[in-house]
Each structure stands twice: as C-alpha cells, then as structure tokens.
Design a binder for this molecule. Sequence first.
Ligand SMILES: NC(=O)c1ccc[n+]([C@@H]2O[C@H](COP(=O)([O-])OP(=O)(O)OC[C@H]3O[C@@H](n4cnc5c(N)ncnc54)[C@H](OP(=O)(O)O)[C@@H]3O)[C@@H](O)[C@H]2O)c1
Length: 219
Amino acid sequence: MNIGVLGTGSVGEAIASALIENGHSVKMGSRTASNEKSIEWVKKTGKNASQGTFDNAASFGELLFLCLNGAYALDAVRSLQLDHVAGKIVIDLTNPLDFSKGMPPTILDEFRHVSLGEKIQEILKGAFVVKTLNTVNYKLMVDAQIVNKGDHHLFVSGNNADAKNKVMHFLVDNFKWKPDRFVDVGDIKSARTVEAIVPFWVTVMQALHTPLFNFKIVH
Ligand SMILES: NC(=O)c1ccc[n+]([C@@H]2O[C@H](COP(=O)([O-])OP(=O)(O)OC[C@H]3O[C@@H](n4cnc5c(N)ncnc54)[C@H](OP(=O)(O)O)[C@@H]3O)[C@@H](O)[C@H]2O)c1
C-alpha cells in the first residue's frame, strides 16, 4: 500500500521504517522538500522510500500517519490540499504538549477544551481522522509485543466506525497489536481525555525510568 508519513522526527522515522519493513511504499513529508532528515532516511532505506512536502506525502498515501509536533500540527495540516486527503484514513498520533514549564509537560492552553484530534478532523473535513497510538512510546507503536507480550491496551477515537475498524486491523497486521487489546472510546471528541492522559504517562515514565510500558485495562 502507498502510505504518507507526515513528520520527520523520531516517531515519523520509526513508523515509516516499520511500514517499509512490512512491504509498503512510504513517502515521508516535511515542511520543505529538501529536508535533510527525510533525504537521509530515503538514502538509507531504499527503493520503496521517498520524500517530499507534507502535501506531497498526503497526496501519495492511501493511508496517512500524522507524526507532527503538537504545537505546529495544525499549521502543517492547513498546508494540505483538501482534495489530497478526501476519503482517506488519517491516523493522528500527535500530542498537544507544552514543555515550556519543564517536566512533566502540560496540555497547550489552546487544547484545554478541545482536542488536537478534533481540530484536525474539523480542518480535514472529507477525511476520516482516527486518533490512536498517541499514548505509547514510538518503539512500542510499531511492535506491541515488546511490552508484556502485547498484553496491554490502546485507545481509539474517531467519528467513523469503519475507519476505526480498518485502523485496528492495520495495527494488528503490521505492528503486532492484539485484536482484543483495543478500547474504542468513541467519536473524535473522546480524544480530549485521551490526549489529556499523556502528561500522566510522562509522570509514570519518570517514575519507572523507561518509556517502554503501557496501560492495561482490567474490568
Ligand atoms: N516520542 C514518542 O514516543 C511519542 C509517543 C506518542 C506520541 N508522540 C507524538 O508524536 C509527534 C511527533 O513527535 P516527534 O518527537 O517524532 O517529532 P517532533 O519533533 O515533535 O515533530 C516533528 C515534526 O513537526 C514538524 N514541525 C516542527 N515545527 C513546525 C512548524 N513550525 N510548522 C509545521 N511543522 C512543524 C517538523 O517539520 P519538518 O519535518 O519540516 O522539520 C517535523 O516533521 C508529537 O506530537 C508527539 O507528541 C510521540
């Protein structure tokens, strides 16, 4: 499948590389087509890898991953041509975090009452935004088995049930998530509280001295 990965940070690179390993073709997007990190990634990754602007990656992908800095994610999303994302599933794993007052971070003021996931869905009207993966470390995103043999949970938010289903299947098939370890928490509005646990996740990470853990829901 052709997949657009928007973002050149450690998350974008981990997702893009894991997708290539699973046999997909990936275009990594950035603010500029001459981004050094994405050029370097293409060089070391080979023939199924390419790079370009955020909009080039959106246009290329049948499925898109948003791996954007939370403070600037909406600027990047606004740079996309709407007809390049219409009808596509957009996996949003960004977090609207404010590190300016030290650790653990807080939620950026503008996202106290509305989630980044909702704002992205509002801008990308014709796309199916699914918020997930934002509550786990990037190494775990792409291989759920590295913590407790995959026995832990992932939250999924989005307005379209079929899109959420497809994303869950994709994560099972590509990133080794267990099919019964998803918690569908509702429409994209539910991303408000899911994004809000990420500062707590950072607190737990500081206490455990490792980012390789996850939440397990029992009832
Ligand atoms: N680290 C983790 O394990 C983890 C886990 C869960 C969720 N997340 C979330 O994943 C996202 C990506 O994290 P990351 O550490 O890989 O990368 P990051 O440094 O937070 O973001 C990198 C991307 O943000 C873009 N960006 C930066 N400034 C911008 C601006 N002014 N306008 C538009 N775009 C801008 C960069 O564009 P260029 O390519 O042009 O430089 C780059 O593609 C974040 O939202 C983070 O909260 C991270």
